[in-house]
Ligand binder design. Structure first.
Ligand SMILES: Nc1nc2c(ncn2[C@@H]2O[C@H](COP(=O)(O)OP(=O)(O)OP(=O)(O)O)[C@@H](O)[C@H]2O)c(=O)[nH]1
Ligand SMILES: [Mg+2]
Length: 254
């Protein structure tokens, strides 16, 4: 499924064991805020009884687990780094080994994303599968300059179907749209595939930042909406939001 790459350990990007949440472990929370107890179900936002994130003035700090998946080299790590640090990792491609916890990011007043980067290389697949089960959301990436990564999306969806929760929030992202001259996957092809599987879809660039914040914000809004027992605001519609807010590759720079 993945392209062959020389793999080097990233080492430093993995936090110490004491700060690395396990696949099944409790989620970290800022001090002084309420959070689900250790017995909270792994896919909390989808369960009844989970504290509401909105309305009523109560403040809960809930971390939703978001994982990036897709072939090796599509830009998962770069997309996360762009989102977290606002920078682009240019230069030598260092392939992720296994799975990497990339920290928490508070996107809204009451919800943060616990972000996990995964290795796209086939040989780490059994490691990453173990983490799918607890994911609240998966961002599935392909590279618009690499047809094989696009063709593999169906295989990725089959894996997600097998290992993730059946109601995991999913979004399809076509990355590297800044590389216009090397593009081999048309936007319409991505749209068509997304429509076929009922997925929200956007094209992104970790290099320019195009739609990167939007992708994470959209997922956070969707998860927050799902976690509310009695939504006080009009229902959030992920597909509509992404369609409305997403920008085209040719029109803009962040
Ligand atoms: N032009 C361009 N290059 C990108 C973009 N995103 C990533 N790259 C480049 O693509 C290569 C692979 O990026 P990574 O983020 O390491 O890929 P990955 O999906 O994490 O790969 P694995 O860790 O092996 O699964 C690197 O050389 C990046 O600089 C992008 O949006 N535009
Ligand atoms: Mg990586």
């Amino acid at each position: 499924m993945s392209r062959k790459k020389t793999s080097k350990s990233k080492g430093a990007s993995t936090p110490a064991a004491s700060t690395l949440p396990s696949a099944n472990g409790p989620r970290p929370a800022r001090s002084g805020t309420a959070r689900p107890g250790p017995d909270a179900p792994p896919n909390g936002p989808l369960q009844p009884g989970r504290p509401s994130l909105g309305g009523g003035g109560d403040f809960y700090d809930v971390a939703f687990k978001v994982m990036l998946v897709g072939d090796s080299g599509v830009g998962k790590t770069c997309l996360l780094v762009r989102f977290k640090d606002g920078a682009f990792l240019a230069g030598t491609f260092i392939s992720t080994v296994g799975i990497d916890f990339r920290g928490l990011d508070s996107l809204t007043s009451a919800c943060s994303l616990q972000m996990w980067d995964t290795a796209g290389q086939e040989r780490f697949r059994s490691v990453t599968h173990a983490y799918y089960r607890d994911a609240h959301a998966l961002l599935l990436l392909y590279d618009v300059t690499n047809k094989a990564s696009f063709d593999n999306i169906q295989a990725w969806l089959a894996e997600i179907h097998e290992y993730a929760q059946h109601d995991v929030a999913l979004m399809l992202l076509g990355n590297k749209v800044d590389s216009a001259h090397e593009r081999v996957v048309k936007r319409e092809d991505g749209e068509k595939l997304a429509k076929e599987y009922g997925l929200p879809f956007m094209e992104t660039s970790a290099k320019t930042g195009l739609n990167v914040d939007l992708a994470f914000t959209a997922i956070a809004k969707e998860l927050k909406q799902r976690s509310m027992k009695t939504p006080s605001e009009p229902r959030f519609r992920l597909h509509d939001y992404v369609k409305r807010e997403g920008r085209g590759a040719s029109c803009c720079r962040p």
